[in-house]
Design a protein around this ligand. Structure first.
Ligand code: SIN
Length: 363
C-alpha cells in the first residue's frame, strides 16, 4: 500500500506518520505507541523544506505518547470491549500539506478506545480526515462525534428539529449562495470555538460542491522569523456580525434559517497566532468571515494587515481539496484549518449533515 500508513499502532507497533515528514512509520514488533522518532529532522519555515533542525518532543507530543500508552490494554485482558476493527486502520495522505483518507473503520459501529485514540492522533497529524463509504444515521454520527467531546449547537442557524446539534446544510437548486461559501474557521466568534467539525455527505451534485481546506500551521510556519515575532502577541477581534447580523451574508440563504441576529454583533478576542493544545504547534488564527480587526492598530493598519493575512492563510500550497460522494464523512480540526465550501453546482441540490465538537479557549 504505497503512501499509506497503518495506524493500528498499539497492536502492530507501527508509528503514525506526521504530515509533511515530521513523523515516520516505523514497524517495531512488540513496541507500543506513537513516538516522535528522535533522529528525524523537524521541518521548519516555508512549508517545510529548509532550514532543518533537530527538535525535542513537545509537551503535547508527550501527552499523545501517554494517551497511547494508557490506551494499551494490559497483556491478556482487553479493556476495549467495542473492539471494532476488522483489519488495520489506514491513513493515506491526500496532499502534501494536509488531509488524509482513513480506511478500515465502520463509523456506524461503536468504536473502541484504541480506535478513537488512533483517529484523534491522525486528526492532530493530518488536520482533515476523510472516511469514504460510510452509512450513518444522525444518531450514529452524533455518537461518533461524542467520542471526541461534547457536541455544540449553532448559535445563529436553526439545527435539525429532532436533533438540535445537527446542522442540515442544504443548498437547493435555485439557491444563489451556499452555507460556508467563503474561507473561514467555524465559529471563531465564540469565546471557546469548536474543536472540530464532522460533516457527512447525504446528497451531492453530479459534479462540483467540493470543499477546500487550508493548513494554518503551514501558513504560520511559512512566515519569516521577523513576521512571526511581529504577529506573536497580537490579538484579533472576532464577530458573527458580518455573517449573521442585520443584512449579514449568511442571512440571505433560502434553504437555511438563521436566528438570534441581535446577538451576532457581540465580539470576542483571540490571539492572532494560537497554539494547538494537543501538538503544541502554532497556527495562524484569523479568518475573513469572522475576524473584524486587530486590536491596538489604527483601522487602515488593521485592514491592510488582515488583508495580507487572509490572502496568505489560503495560499494554494497550504490547501487540499475534498470531492464528496454520498457516504463520505470528513472530520476537520478547527484549531488548525480553514475551509471553503465551493458553490459551483447551480441547478443542483447538495445536502450535508454537520455536527461540531466543543473546544476550549484559544491561547
Ligand atoms: C461548512 O462550512 O461547515 C460547510 C462545509 C461544506 O458544506 O462543505
Amino acid at each position: 500500500m504505497v503512501g499509506a500508513v497503518a495506524v493500528e499502532w498499539v497492536a502492530a507497533g507501527a508509528f503514525p506518520a506526521w504530515h509533511a515528514g515530521r513523523w515516520e512509520a516505523i514497524q517495531r514488533p512488540g513496541s507500543a505507541g506513537l513516538r516522535h522518532h528522535p533522529g528525524l529532522p523537524w521541518l521548519d519555515e516555508t512549508n517545510g523544506r529548509q532550514p532543518r533542525r533537530e527538535r525535542p518532543n513537545t509537551e503535547a507530543e508527550n501527552v499523545t505518547d501517554a494517551m497511547t500508552e494508557t490506551t494499551q490494554p494490559p497483556a491478556g485482558r482487553s479493556t476495549d470491549p467495542a473492539s471494532d476493527l476488522s483489519g488495520p486502520l489506514t491513513v493515506e495522505p491526500i496532499s502534501g500539506v494536509l488531509g488524509a483518507e482513513v480506511g478500515g473503520v465502520d463509523l456506524s459501529a461503536p468504536l473502541g478506545d484504541r480506535t478513537v485514540a488512533a483517529i484523534r492522533a491522525a486528526l492532530v497529524a493530518h488536520h482533515v480526515l476523510v472516511f469514504r463509504n460510510q452509512s450513518l444515521t444522525a444518531e450514529q454520527q452524533m455518537a461518533f462525534g461524542r467520542r471526541f467531546g461534547n457536541l455544540d449547537t449553532h448559535p445563529f442557524v436553526d439545527g435539525n428539529q429532532e436533533y438540535p446539534e445537527v446542522l442540515d446544510i442544504i443548498t437547493e437548486p435555485d439557491d444563489r449562495m451556499n452555507f460556508g461559501g467563503g474561507w473561514h474557521t467555524d465559529v471563531t466568534f465564540l469565546a471557546e470555538p469548536d474543536l472540530g467539525s464532522i460533516l457527512y455527505a447525504v446528497e451531492v451534485p453530479s459534479a462540483g460542491g467540493d470543499t477546500l481546506f487550508a493548513n494554518q500551521h503551514a501558513a504560520y510556519e511559512a512566515f519569516s522569523d521577523t513576521m512571526k515575532d511581529m504577529l506573536d502577541g497580537l490579538v484579533a477581534v472576532h464577530t458573527a456580525g458580518m455573517q449573521y447580523g442585520q443584512g449579514g451574508l449568511s442571512t440571505r440563504s433560502n434553504a437555511m434559517e438563521t436566528k438570534n441576529m441581535d446577538a451576532a454583533n457581540d465580539t470576542v478576542e483571540h490571539p492572532v497566532i494560537r497554539t494547538h493544545p494537543e501538538s503544541g504547534r502554532k497556527s495562524l488564527y484569523v479568518n475573513r468571515a469572522f475576524t473584524s480587526r486587530i486590536k491596538g492598530l489604527r483601522s487602515a493598519e488593521s485592514a491592510a494587515l488582515l488583508q495580507f493575512l487572509f490572502d496568505h492563510a489560503t495560499r494554494e500550497d497550504f490547501t487540499c481539496r475534498l470531492s464528496w460522494r454520498p457516504g463520505t464523512l470528513a472530520m476537520w480540526d478547527n484549531r488548525s484549518v480553514q475551509h471553503y465550501a465551493l458553490h459551483d453546482y447551480a441547478g443542483q441540490r447538495r445536502v450535508m449533515r454537520r455536527i461540531t465538537v466543543k473546544g476550549d479557549r484559544p491561547y
